[in-house]
Design a protein around this ligand. Structure first.
Ligand code: LLP
Length: 420
C-alpha cells in the first residue's frame, strides 16, 4: 500500500492512481501491489526466523506467473494441486525441492511429472493414492517422499464450502486411520516418509482451531516416533483469514507466535501453505459502472465485472469491500446493489452498499487478490480480465486481457456432411 492519506489509499495503489491505471489497461482489471505481496510474505519469514520452516504459497489462491516469480525470488516454496500449477511454478523459477503436492485426485500423469522434477513432498490423501505413487516411483527407479494428510475432525468455524478438516469432508485420511497408513507406507520400497500434514479450512479468523489441529498432529508424530517412524516436518496447511468486513483475524505474527509455542523443543520443520493471507489484500479488482437503473425498491449499479471475473460473492455470499474510486463527494450517497453483466441473479459484487455513484465511475473491490482471477471463467463468453502488477510508480501488464479469438481457441466446427 502507498503511504498517502487514508482517503487517498482508496485511489492509489503504491505510486499510481487507479484512475490512470484503469485508463491505461481498461476494465475490468486486477491490479496487484508488489510491496504488499512482498511484505506479507516477509511477515511469515520474519515470524518464523529461529525455527526451521518452509512457507509454501498455495498456488490456487493466485497462480499468475509474476506473483509466483516474486515469491520464488523471496525464497518461497509452493503448495500445488495439479500438474498445471506445477508447470507454472517451474516457469516462474520456483525450486522443485520446495514444492508440496496436495489434492485428493492426483493422476498418474501428474504424480509421474512431480516425481521426475523431484518435488519435496506428496501429501497423500488416500491409501490407494499411496500404492499408486509407490508403483510409479518403482517404475521410475525413484523414491517418493510423502506425508499423510490427516483429517483431524476440527471445526475451523468458517463457511461450510471452505471447511476441509471435518469428518464429513472428502479431504485427508481420518486421523484414527493414519497410524495404520504410516505403517503400510513404511513397508513400501519406493516410499520415503517425510512428514505429516493437515489443512482444516480457509478464511479462519480464530487461532484456536488451528492450534487444536496442530496438537493432534504433534501427538501423532510422537506416537509414530515411538514406532520408529521419524517425521522431518509437520505441515499445518494454510487457512489464516483476512479482514474483508469486520472480521478480526490474528496478524501473521500473532498467529505464528502461537504456532511456534507448540513447537518449542521440537525438531520437526514447520511447513505452512498460506494462500489468502499472502495475496488477498495485495489485489484489487477495478470495474467501471456502465449504467444506473432503479425501481421502487432498489438502485442498481450495473458494472463491467461479473461473477465470471469474481465468483466469491455469488458462490459463498462473500462480502467484499467496494469503494468508489472517483469519490468526488458531490453525489448523494444511496444504497446500491452492485451487479454484473452475467445472466444470473447471483451475479453481484455487493448488495446494499451505501455509495455515491454515477454511470462511468470506477469502483474498486478490495482484497480481491486471493481466489479472484484464479476462479474466473469465460461464462457468458466473456474474455477474462487483464492483470497488472504495480511496483512503486511503475505498472506491468502481467496478463493480457483475453480477446475474442481466445474465446474460441481449440474449438472446431463440425464437417459439412453431417449437417442436414
Ligand atoms: N492448502 C490446501 C491443501 C488448501 O486446500 C488450501 C485452500 C490452502 C492450503 C490455502 O488456504 P488459504 O491460506 O488460502 O486459506 N475459494 C475459496 C477458498 C478455497 C480454499 C481452498 N483451499 C474462497 O474464495 O474463499
Amino acid at each position: 500500500m502507498s503511504v498517502i492519506s487514508e482517503e487517498k489509499q482508496r485511489l492509489w495503489i503504491e505510486g499510481l492512481s487507479i484512475t490512470e491505471l484503469a485508463e491505461r489497461y481498461s476494465t475490468p482489471c486486477y491490479i496487484y501491489s508488489h510491496a504488499t505481496l512482498e511484505s506479507n510474505f516477509i511477515a511469515y519469514q520474519e515470524a518464523l526466523r529461529g525455527h526451521k520452516h518452509l512457507i509454501c504459497f498455495a498456488v490456487k489462491a493466485n497462480s499468475n506467473l509474476a506473483i509466483l516469480q516474486v515469491l520464488a525470488r523471496l525464497g518461497a516454496g509452493f503448495d500445488i494441486v495439479s500438474v498445471g500449477e506445477l508447470e507454472r511454478v517451474l516457469i516462474a523459477g520456483g525450486d522443485p525441492k520446495k514444492i508440496v503436492f496436495s489434492g485428493v485426485a492426483k493422476t498418474s500423469v501428474e504424480m509421474r511429472r512431480a516425481l521426475e522434477v523431484g518435488i519435496y513432498c506428496f501429501n497423500i490423501e488416500s491409501e490407494e493414492e499411496l500404492f499408486l505413487l509407490n508403483q510409479l516411483a518403482l517404475d521410475l527407479g525413484l523414491l517418493a517422499p510423502i506425508s499423510v494428510r490427516v483429517n483431524p475432525d476440527v471445526d475451523p468455524v468458517t463457511h461450510p464450502y471452505i471447511s476441509t478438516g471435518l469428518k464429513e469432508s472428502k479431504f485427508g485420511i481420518d486421523i484414527k486411520e493414519a497410524e495404520k497408513i504410516y505403517n503400510k507406507a513404511k513397508k513400501l520400497k519406493n516410499i520415503q516418509i517425510v512428514g505429516i500434514d493437515c489443512h482444516i479450512g480457509s478464511q479462519i479468523t480464530e487461532i484456536q482451531p488451528i492450534i487444536q489441529a496442530l496438537e493432534h498432529l504433534i501427538v501423532l508424530s510422537d506416537k509414530l516416533k515411538s514406532q520408529g517412524i521419524h517425521l522431518e516436518h509437520i505441515d499445518l496447511g494454510g487457512g489464516l483469514g483476512v479482514r474483508y468486513e469486520n472480521e478480526q483475524p490474528p496478524s501473521i505474527s500473532a498467529f505464528l507466535n502461537s504456532v511456534l509455542k507448540c513447537f518449542s523443543g521440537r525438531n520437526e520443520t514447520l511447513v505452512l501453505e498460506p494462500g489468502r493471507s499472502i495475496i488477498a489484500n495485495a489485489g484489487y479488482l477495478v470495474t467501471r459502472v456502465l449504467y444506473l437503473k432503479n425501481n421502487d425498491v432498489k438502485n442498481f449499479a450495473i458494472v463491467d465485472a461479473g461473477m465470471n471475473d469474481m465468483l466469491r460473492p455469488a458462490l459463498y455470499q462473500a462480502w467484499m469491500d467496494i469503494q468508489s474510486v472517483n469519490c468526488d463527494g458531490y453525489k448523494p450517497k444511496k444504497y446500491f446493489d452492485i451487479v454484473g453483466p452475467v445472466c444470473e441473479s447471483s451475479d453481484f459484487l455487493g448488495l446494499k452498499r451505501l455509495l455515491s455513484i454515477d454511470a462511468g465511475d470506477l469502483l474498486c473491490v478490495h482484497s480481491a487478490g486471493a481466489y479472484g482471477f484464479a476462479m474466473s471463467s469465460n461464462y457468458n463468453s466473456r474474455p477474462r480480465a487483464a492483470e497488472v502488477m504495480v511496483s512503486g510508480d511503475q505498472a506491468y501488464l502481467v496478463r493480457e486481457r483475453e480477446n475474442l479469438a481466445d474465446l474460441t481457441r481449440g474449438e472446431t466446427l463440425l464437417p459439412e456432411q453431417i449437417l442436414k
